[in-house]
Ligand binder design. Structure first.
Ligand code: C2E
Ligand code: MG
Ligand code: MG
Ligand code: MG
Length: 285
């Protein structure tokens, strides 16, 4: 046989394996909820000037019975392609609202929403039902969306975002600066907060990243919306961000994402670090 054909056939099994791996994930993910393999972890948002923990982000965790932990980077895209993200996303929202309803009033909860979920007409109604069912004050709920959402049918996205805000829910633009949206979009949509992507924070000592961080902080000021930096891992990054005027932060430097029962301990550690009162900490449940 010729070399050409041999080369061609060398790639085929590789592609086949990848496709099969995705199908496997999809199949396993379908039953993951019933098997109790899904769980939420929570990562605190910290205001370093006010010296407070302002809220937590809910992050989905999947521990496969045989394979162990599977990264969201691996299974979220599969869930989005297969449409499984719709039931999964509602489960995340219900679970996060249910747990947050038992925490102190000052602790907000932030939930990631996939652009795919916005292609469902019932989204706003579903969120409203979950709030009613769990009794969570809508003003304690934030929803995180990414720039890719803005590439979708603008009018229908705008209507849903406005409906959320009318309910008292706040909207954050996640991973800002990594997508394709224009700066004009950010003023057209009703965002309450911009999250500076962790890639810029990681490289904050490089002039290019610092310039972008400064621009995003300036933009948020000009538009009168809040700004938070994600992926803060070091004291140097924290100090640089504070110098630039960004006071809200999230990252391993403060706390890693934790299951609800360990969250109180996390918040307590941060509070101690700030030298502030340790009362009114979240209940473990
Ligand atoms: P994201 O919403 O931008 O979440 C932040 C990610 O950064 C999380 O990864 C978090 O664990 C990680 N992180 C936090 N602090 C640090 C740090 O200091 N250093 C580093 N290197 N990483 C840090 P995770 O949990 O693996 O989630 C990855 C992405 O998966 C999320 O990015 C989000 O886009 C998606 N995701 C997670 N849970 C959900 C969910 O319930 N629904 C949807 N639609 N997407 C989700
Ligand atoms: Mg997020
Ligand atoms: Mg993010
Ligand atoms: Mg991200």
């Amino acid at each position: 046989k010729s070399d050409g054909r041999g080369t061609y056939r060398f790639f085929e099994p590789e592609m086949d394996r990848r496709l099969q791996a995705r199908r496997r994930i999809e199949l396993d993910l379908r039953g993951a909820l019933e098997r109790g393999e899904l769980e939420l972890h929570y990562q605190p948002f910290v205001d370093v000037s006010a010296r407070t923990v302002t809220g937590v982000e809910a992050l989905l965790r999947w521990t496969h019975k045989e394979r162990g932990p599977v990264s969201p980077a691996e299974f979220i895209p599969v869930a989005e392609e297969s449409g499984l993200i719709r039931p999964l996303g509602l489960w995340v929202l219900r679970e996060a609202c249910r747990q947050a309803a038992a925490w102190p009033q000052w602790l907000d909860v932030s939930v990631n929403l996939s652009p795919v979920q916005f292609r469902t007409d019932s989204l706003v109604g579903d969120v409203r039902s979950i709030l009613a069912e769990t009794g969570l004050d809508p003003r304690r709920l934030q929803l995180e969306v990414t720039e890719s959402l803005l590439l979708q049918d603008t009018q229908s996205v705008l209507v849903k975002l406005q409906a959320f805000r009318d309910l008292g829910i706040r909207i954050s633009m996640d991973d800002f600066g990594t997508g394709y949206s224009s700066l004009g979009y950010i003023s057209k949509f009703p965002f309450d907060k911009i999250k500076i992507d962790q890639s810029f924070v990681r490289d904050i000592e490089k002039p290019d990243s610092l310039a972008i961080i400064r621009a995003v902080i300036g933009l948020s000021r000009a538009l009168g919306i809040a700004v938070i930096a994600e992926g803060v891992e070091t004291e140097a990054q924290r100090d640089a961000l504070r110098t630039e005027g960004c006071h809200e932060m999230q990252g391993y430097f403060f706390a890693k994402p934790q299951p609800a029962p360990e969250l109180a301990g996390s918040v307590l550690r941060i509070a101690r670090g700030f030298g502030i009162a340790e009362d009114a900490l979240p209940d473990a449940r």
